[in-house]
Design a protein around this ligand. Structure first.
Ligand code: MRU
Length: 345
């Protein structure tokens, strides 16, 4: 599998995803500030990977702490987590991982500072390793919805580059491929930052899974031509009623799938659910810089000064979602009742 992110020699190694597919470069992140930047500029992206990056970002901030007591250490820890929490607002995995790190520190507060740091490092590694197992479980659980020879459409990148292993939406495709289901994939290009063409197409080609790249505005046409059997995407935050935020454009794909009677699935771990939000209207949506639309990848494609609106995510209402594939199984027809039952809440 692709090593998207890993801890090595008191620092974090990660693939510089902004350079893919032209250049494969591994960068070293040594400080919390560098990690904040890496998350913000999408060197590391995708909800689960952002959570892992944040957990290791905490370690970078406190591993050489000179604090002599818990109060002083906790002050440093809070400063670090608060800072990292401002990097990106939508993927709840970021906040989930930071909360886990804080909880871990608090549970060890009576120990020596060096022992608390040790416990925190173990917790970050645990978040990483858990994600590997979760990807595999999502892949296996998703097999049920993929028939032999199926052609699956996906949007953005919810693969190995977005997780510690082989993804969420793409996990289902990798698992189906290994199970000999002879699947093929249509990857939406995913304007404006092209995670579909730069990352998903790259990943699937590397894995030798047949993939066809389409412009985002081609999705309706391929559905009408009867080329698509099902849609699977990832998610960045799922509200208690099943409304799911994912990369901008996912909502339109879900509407199109409904219009063409094509099942639309989300694949996401429990850590992507935000049980504190009743519905999708409460999900904070990140807005990105105008230049990403008007001057993407260095080529100006719009007049200077034109006003731009660029939300990075949209929310697909639960009623358009056939099911949510998690590490525990599939939530068919997601709503508050089925979601609560699924997680035993
Ligand atoms: O802006 P990005 O590239 O971080 O957006 C990523 C997505 O929207 C993914 O689909 C989502 O995080 C799920 S990744 C398993």
């Amino acid at each position: 599998m692709i090593k998207t992110i890993e801890w090595k020699n008191k620092s974090v190694k990660m693939i510089e995803q902004t350079l893919l597919p032209e250049k494969y470069k591994v960068i070293t992140i040594k400080t919390t500030g560098e990690m904040w930047q890496a998350i913000k500029r999408l060197a590391v992206r995708g909800a689960p990977a952002i959570g892992i990056a944040a957990a290791y970002g905490v370690i970078l901030g406190i591993q050489d702490s000179k604090a002599k007591n818990w109060i002083k250490f906790k002050r440093e820890l809070d400063k670090t987590t608060k800072y990292l929490s401002t990097s990106r607002p939508t993927a709840v995995n970021l906040f989930w991982a930071l909360d886990r790190m804080t909880f871990c520190a608090e549970s060890n507060k009576d120990k020596d500072i060096s022992k608390i740091i040790e416990a925190l490092k173990k917790e970050a590694d645990k978040i990483f390793k858990e994600d590997q197992r979760i990807c595999r479980a999502i892949g296996k659980n998703g097999l049920k919805v993929v028939r032999k020879g199926a052609c699956i459409l996906t949007h953005c990148n919810a693969g190995g580059l977005a997780t510690a292993d082989y993804g969420t939406a793409l996990a289902v495709m990798y698992a189906a491929d290994s199970a000999g289901k002879n699947i093929s994939v249509f990857a939406d290009e995913t304007r404006p930052l092209l995670q579909g063409s730069r990352l998903t197409a790259w990943e699937l080609m590397k894995a030798k899974i047949p993939v066809t790249l389409i412009c985002d505005n081609t999705a309706a046409q391929v559905m009408k031509e009867g080329k698509i059997d099902l849609v699977i995407t990832g998610a960045d935050r799922i509200a208690l009623n099943g409304d799911s935020a994912n990369k901008i454009g996912t909502y339109s794909v879900a509407v199109l799938a409904k219009a063409h009677n094509i099942p639309f699935y989300i694949a996401a771990p429990k850590s992507t659910f935000d049980f504190t939000l009743k519905n999708g209207s409460e999900i904070p949506i990140e807005e990105r810089k105008a230049e990403e639309v008007t001057c993407g990848f260095g080529k100006r494609t719009a007049p200077k000064g034109v006003p731009v609106y660029s939300p990075a995510f949209d929310v697909t209402p639960a009623k358009l979602i056939s099911g949510i594939i998690t590490e525990f199984g599939i939530i068919e027809k997601p709503n508050m009742t089925t979601i609560k039952k699924h997680f035993g809440l």
